[in-house]
Structure formats: C-alpha cells, structure tokens
Design a protein around this ligand. Structure first.
Ligand SMILES: [Zn+2]
Length: 124
C-alpha cells in the first residue's frame, strides 16, 4: 500500500515526534480507533479527529520473547488495551517480563525511537 505523507500513519508518527501520543476518535459514532486509518472501523465514517490519548491502559495479552542478554535480553511482546477501548501492540519496559501479569495497569510513554511504549503503573 502506498503511504501518502498526509496519511494517518504519517500523522501519527508526526505527533509522536512532537512528543504527543494521539489516537483517532470518530466524530460520527464517538468511538476511538487504533491503528490510524482513514475510515472509522466501527461505522465507516471519514470524520476521524485526532485526540490526545489518556496514556492509561492495561496489559491485555502478552508473550515473552526470549533473547540473549547481548541482544538486549528478554522483552515483552504486549497487546495493551487503552482506557479509550482500543488495543495496540507495544512492549512494557522497566519490569521483567516474568513479573508482569495480564490486567496490570500501565501508562504510556514515548521513547527515543519515537514509539509508544508502556511502563507498569507505580514504577519509575
Ligand atoms: Zn465511527
């Protein structure tokens, strides 16, 4: 698929580069959506507005990816459900994968990539 500079993915990355975690909210049905798209996946409307994500969510599903320490060590391949009701694939940093559990409350941050990553609520 050809990606236009003004396309939803580009907009999402542009926001991230500015340090903002933005998701889309449909002005027709009021539901949030992720990943970025042109049409609402719930009702098909093309009136998707960008809104700041709350950054709150919980661990919905996860798999630990095993890696040697010299390659960065184990990490969590995580599906996170945001408070807005949308799910996204990401990872959780700052806590060992084995110490994380489904349902753990998470908060989003933006790393240097930039991309959205998550940290367990209550950890530094
Ligand atoms: Zn909609």
């Amino acid at each position: 698929m050809t990606e236009l500079p003004e396309g939803p993915d580009a907009r999402f990355r542009h926001h991230l580069a500015e340090g903002r975690f933005m998701i889309q909210r449909c002005e027709a049905c009021g539901r949030h959506g992720f990943a970025p798209r042109v049409l609402c996946k719930h009702c098909g409307a093309d009136r998707l507005a960008w809104v700041e994500a709350s950054g709150k969510g919980h661990l919905y599903a996860a798999t630990t990816v095993r890696q040697k320490p010299e390659k960065g060590g184990d990490y969590l391949y995580a599906m996170v459900e945001l408070a807005e009701g949308v799910r996204m694939i990401s990872t959780v940093v700052g806590t060992a994968p084995d110490a994380l559990h489904i349902g753990d409350r998470l908060r989003a941050e933006i790393d240097d990539t930039p991309r959205v990553i998550f940290r367990k609520e209550g950890t530094a």
